[in-house]
Design a protein around this ligand. Structure first.
Ligand SMILES: Nc1nc2c(ncn2[C@@H]2O[C@H](COP(=O)(O)O[C@H]3[C@@H](O)[C@H](n4cnc5c(=O)[nH]c(N)nc54)O[C@@H]3COP(=O)(O)O)[C@@H](O)[C@H]2O)c(=O)[nH]1
Length: 530
């Protein structure tokens, strides 16, 4: 990738890394702000409903007590005493009395109210209670009351009593409705008469309408509903409060993320230059992992695995730098280095052990390199090693373009070198696909070996791979064998070769040589004893 494009991309990613957490913090602040205001508005509606229900309870209870103790004279001393007691003991009822022809005959307020005209009601509830919504009393000319009348009894309550609750927002609206009535019994602030209708069959509803967060709550015992509404501008106050908490967290998270992105990008951009310098300064070296004949246990070959020792002593594994070398057009130089190292490490040994092979990993780009055949020829010419003893490993990913690769593989094999398909089963190879290519070995990927004799869904795949290899008359090398059970399973099913920690980890070539010598000596001694 072009360096300036990489820098531009990195900056874009870093900007997103800062912007995204901040944006998320703002969205979350708004969500929390709305949630808090909605919850509070619903709380107001519930408070109003609770007061309204309690008032209705006290009125009903007062009427029931007076009816039960009626003695033929509705204004007897006993009845008046009862009225005063109901008045004093109930929190919400201001007065209770007895009516005849719409006029008070007597009440808990005393004799002065005798003859007071209550008038005709505004409406009747379905429970048979007559409601006067705007009653004026001569001794409190500035106040408005509600009168509730049943049979001859009447209870008076202050009009604002059900909505007399404390709210944080001075401009919030409150109302109590009798269901079916268009106008509220009592209200304060702006109230839309359609809001109650939005309850539907629900007992509570919250929504945004006419610039307000609205909550409606319906009584479960009376045919009434309370409404509370808080103007939307309180939302921004609340959102600001939450944002003040969250946005700094978002900024810190964003900056940390951006720094991480920039550091990563710097490392990624610096690595190709470091690989080039590492190649110059000979920082790359090879370890060799033995390949074992499963039938005899003999070490018949080894796979060359590259390592990178940085100047500080840090060991870097190929999983990290090979993909970066591939992306940055450096893989051919690395492969060239591998061939040189193999020649230096193993050349003499292989001349002495003509049956021993060395496997070299190739990347997809190597297959399309015009230098590949020269490299291979150079290796055998320089070391005197027969091409037959060199195995090139190609991953399935390297075979994407079959037509382009077919000729290369043909040419490599024509020179006597052998070919293995690496990590088999992890890519997209099919039987027909493999039939079209000239290869000698299939390397069964470690993931399928791990699944042997387990409950893993892939535990059966190894059977199919073995079947496929046999039908194509390919020899098999199992990768990553770690247990005797896996080795036994593979041997029983005719897999010829294996690699893995069970037999030996990747090691310097000198160590591999010594171990082979030790094994040969031990085998000879054993034979002599027989
Ligand atoms: N193009 C090139 N690719 C290369 C080269 N050298 C290595 N590689 C590729 O890098 C990948 C990782 O390799 P490495 O970290 O060396 O790991 C190898 C073994 O150490 C590991 N292994 C082997 N046996 C076991 C085991 O029993 N258990 C276990 N946990 N790991 C084990 O497997 C890796 C060998 O893989 P493979 O090549 O598929 O046989 C890896 O993909 C290498 O191919 C290079 O020079 N060029």
């Amino acid at each position: 990738m072009n360096k300036s494009i990489a820098i531009a991309l990195t900056l874009v990613v870093a900007t997103v890394a800062v912007g995204l957490p901040v944006w998320l913090a703002i969205v979350e602040s708004e969500r929390q702000g709305l949630e808090a205001v909605t919850e509070r508005t619903l709380g107001y509606a519930r408070d109003v409903l609770r007061r309204s229900d309690s008032t209705a309870d006290q009125v009903a209870n007062g009427f029931a007590r007076l009816t039960a103790s009626a003695d033929g004279n509705p204004c007897s001393e006993t009845q008046l005493g009862m009225m005063r007691q109901i008045d004093l003991s109930s929190k919400y009822v201001q007065a209770i009395g007895y009516l005849e022809d719409g006029r008070l005959l007597c009440s808990s307020l005393g004799r002065d109210t005798k003859g007071l005209l209550i008038g005709s009601p505004d409406f009747m509830t379905s429970g048979g209670v007559a409601v006067h919504k705007n009653l004026r009393l001569p001794f409190a000319p500035l106040e408005t009351f509600i009168a509730l009348r049943q049979n001859h009894y009447v209870a008076v309550i202050h009009k604002d009593l059900p909505i007399d609750i404390t709210t944080t927002e001075q401009d919030s609206s409150l109302a109590i409705f009798v269901l079916g009535e268009a106008t509220p019994m009592s209200s304060r602030g702006f109230v839309n008469r359609d809001w109650v209708g939005r309850l539907g069959r629900r007992s509570e509803a919250t929504f945004i309408d006419s610039g307000h967060v609205v909550a409606v709550a319906k009584s479960t015992r009376y045919r009434s509903a309370a409404v509370a509404a808080v103007p939307m501008h309180h939302l921004s106050t609340r959102t600001r409060e939450v944002a003040l908490r969250l946005v700094p967290v978002g900024i810190v998270a964003g900056v940390v993320l951006a720094i991480a992105v920039l550091l990563l990008a710097r490392t990624q951009m610096a690595i190709p230059a470091a690989i080039k310098s590492g190649l110059k300064r000979r920082q790359f070296f090879l370890l060799y992992q033995p390949v074992v004949d499963l039938a005899t246990g003999e070490w018949v070959g080894a796979e060359a695995l590259i390592r990178w020792r940085r100047p500080g002593g840090e060991l870097i594994m190929p999983d990290f730098f090979i993909p970066l070398a591939e992306q940055n057009g450096l893989i051919e130089q690395l492969t060239h280095c591998v061939f040189q190292l193999v020649a230096r490490d193993a050349g003499t040994f292989m001349q002495r052990h003509p049956a021993f092979h060395i496997a070299i990993n190739l990347s997809a780009a190597d297959l399309h390199s015009p230098h590949l055949l020269t490299l291979l020829d150079g290796l055998s010419a320089e070391t005197g090693v027969s091409p037959h003893n060199v195995l090139v490993e190609i991953t399935e990913r390297g075979l994407v373009n079959v037509d382009a690769v077919r000729q290369v593989l043909h040419d490599v094999r024509a020179k006597g070198f052998r070919i293995a398909i690496d990590d088999f089963g992890t890519g997209y190879s099919s039987l027909s696909y493999l039939e079209a290519l000239e290869v000698d070995y299939l390397k069964i990927d470690k993931s399928f070996i791990d699944a042997i004799a387990t409950e893993a869904p892939t535990s059966n795949v190894v059977h199919h791979i073995i079947g496929m290899a046999k039908s194509l008359e390919l020899r098999m090398i199992a990768e990553g064998v770690e247990t005797q059970e896996q080795a036994h399973f593979l041997r029983e099913r005719g897999v010829e070769f294996a690699q893995g920690w069970l037999f030996g980890k990747a090691m310097p070539f000198t160590e591999l040589e010594q171990q082979m010598l030790g094994r040969a000596t031990a085998a000879m001694e054993e034979q002599q004893q027989v």
